[in-house]
Design a protein around this ligand. Structure first.
Ligand code: HXC
Length: 257
């Protein structure tokens, strides 16, 4: 597909999606959302693609939802269109995806990064939920995902002050999986994505689904959910292949069945 605000490249089994509105620091307008929904759905539907990396530019992953697009909207407009509801289509992606964040990840930019299965950050990354400074609040899940990720004390402080959090603090606080030098960000993220892409595809989906269940279920229910999915994987060809390959001391050759 030909997109206006994002670039999509297939690198082997890894899809690289780059936000591409440099003139607005990758502010997320409705075109970006429509195009991301399309690109993520295409990724999910393509059996040859096993992991996706979403990234921005060196200066900004994304500096937020597009303020100029929202400025004139009233309550009735926002409520009637259920503004931002479309992002749930991005989070419905079943296959793994990583956010590779350098520079600003503010407001909606921070929220989209937190929608990823995990974040790899450049040492230049700056996260924040500055919506309060605009007289509003997070609206794409930030108040919830940030609180799950870093706990109430820091999430509340960040939402109420709008301050930015650097990469080192973000890693220490559990917001990001890993911090790498800015110059290595894309390579490191692609390398990690290739590792994930080399795993049995159904096992990757199941692992993602069960970790995400931890946010929706109580412990006993979550452990039961995990065990049932684990049992289910024993119905796959790739379980036989993976365990046979281990015993034969060779890498697994996956069919995705
Ligand atoms: C629209 C944006 C934008 C945004 C930057 N730009 N962020 N346009 N929406 N969120 C535009 C600027 O208007 C400017 O356009 C160009 O990008 C470059 O930005 P500058 O401000 O000139 O760059 P700089 O001085 O380097 O400052 C970078 C910055 C600053 C600190 C990131 O741009 C900034 O504070 N941006 C807004 C951050 C923010 O509040 N994000 C939350 C958005 S609300 P021109 O045309 O002037 O060159 C949000 C809500 C989610 O995400 C849900 C609830 C509503």
């Amino acid at each position: 597909a030909n997109y206006e605000t994002i670039l999509v490249e297939k690198k082997g089994a890894v899809t690289l999606v780059t936000l591409n509105r440099p003139q607005a620091l990758n502010a997320l307008n409705s075109t970006v959302l429509t195009e991301l929904i399309d690109a993520f759905a295409a990724y999910d539907a393509d059996p040859g693609q096993r992991c996706l990396v979403l990234t921005g530019s060196e200066k900004a992953f994304a500096a937020g939802a597009d303020i100029k697009e929202m400025q004139a909207q009233g309550f009735a407009d926002m409520y009637a269109s259920d503004f931002f509801k479309g992002w749930e289509k991005v989070t419905a992606t079943r296959k793994p995806w990583i956010a590779a964040v350098g520079g600003f990840a503010l407001g909606g930019g921070c929220e989209v990064a937190m929608m990823a299965d995990f974040i790899i950050a450049a040492d230049s990354a700056k996260f924040g939920q500055p919506e309060i400074k605009l007289g509003v609040s997070p609206g794409m899940g930030g108040s919830q995902r940030l609180t799950w990720a870093i706990g109430k004390a820091k999430a509340m402080e960040m939402c109420l002050t709008g301050r930015m959090m650097g990469a080192e603090e973000a890693e220490r606080s559990g917001l990001v999986a890993k911090v790498v030098p800015a110059a290595d960000l894309l390579n490191e993220a692609l390398k990690t994505a290739e590792t994930i892409a080399s795993m049995a595809p159904l096992a990757a989906i199941a692992n993602k689904e069960m970790v995400n269940a931890a946010f929706e279920m109580g412990l006993a229910q979550g452990i039961n959910f995990e065990r049932r999915l684990f049992h289910g994987l024993f119905g796959t060809e790739d379980q036989k292949e993976g365990m046979t390959a281990f015993v034969d001391k060779r890498p697994g050759n996956w069919t995705g069945r």
